[in-house]
Design a protein around this ligand. Structure first.
Ligand SMILES: [Zn+2]
Length: 247
């Protein structure tokens, strides 16, 4: 009897595994940067969608990792929650900032502070890509900065750049539609129209090298704002990145 149960169980398990293999969705097996329902094909295939190579530590109180990680727009969407014009705009502007700050192409996420405005979209991209955090006083919020405007500093060297989407690329239609929706005087169709203009803007940004859309200023004259959070303690997890190897 016990033996029959055993055979029945293993048959059921095999059957279940077979059925699951038939219904496994494409996303479960696709490449990390493959198109997905939230990540349109035109974006996955865009010739100039920014890609970021970042360096972090290996663990809490760990040394620098010897290998970098790759962050794509798809990763940014997963963190931020949706694909929007502000996400692509922030990634484009910051691509140029990092090109100035890290000539070797690897962004040190233990060594950056950033100022952005309080946009949900650009602010998320700023935090993810730089490793800066508002609660540790390294991500500062400055309402005087525009949506696409970021000041980024390498803490160890003090080198600072300011980047902003240039006047020729500035998305007047996106901002106008945004203001209309925020005013409360809008029709449901305006929500769809907003997606259309945002995506058209994003398409433009990823169709050409980032530098064509961005103004960059090295060592800008900029006064950093006070941290928006009270001091709740210092970040400690990156303090041991330069400890030599043990003998
Ligand atoms: Zn957004």
């Amino acid at each position: 009897m016990a033996r029959d149960t055993f055979y029945l169980e293993s048959f059921m398990k095999t059957l279940l595994a077979f059925l699951l293999s038939l219904t496994t969705p494409a996303w479960a097996t696709s490449a990390p940067d493959a198109p997905d329902w939230y990540y349109p094909e035109w974006l996955a295939e865009a010739p100039h969608a920014p890609v970021f190579k970042v360096r972090d530590t290996v663990n809490k109180y760990g040394r620098y990792a010897s290998e970098p990680k790759i962050i794509t727009i798809k990763d940014l969407i997963k963190f931020h929650g949706h694909f929007c014009g502000g996400l692509v705009e922030g990634a484009t502007a910051l691509r140029v900032a990092f090109d100035h700050l890290f000539p070797d192409g690897v962004i040190d996420r233990t060594d950056l502070m950033i100022a952005s405005n309080n946009s949900a979209c650009g602010g998320d991209i700023a935090a993810y890509l730089t490793g800066a955090r508002t609660r540790f006083g390294t991500h500062l919020i400055d309402p005087k900065l525009k949506e696409s405007d970021f000041v980024v500093k390498r803490i160890s060297s003090g080198k600072t750049v300011r980047v902003v989407i240039n006047a020729a690329t500035y998305p007047h239609d996106v901002r106008t539609q945004m203001k209309k929706i925020e005013s409360g005087q809008f029709e449901p169709a305006d929500i769809d129209r907003f997606q259309d203009v945002q995506w058209a803007y994003a398409k433009k940004l990823v169709s050409r090298p980032a530098i064509e859309s961005v103004d960059v200023t090295d060592n800008p004259d900029y006064t950093w704002p006070e941290p928006p959070c009270k001091d709740m303690g210092k970040r400690r997890d990156n303090d041991y990145k330069n400890v030599p190897e043990a003998h």
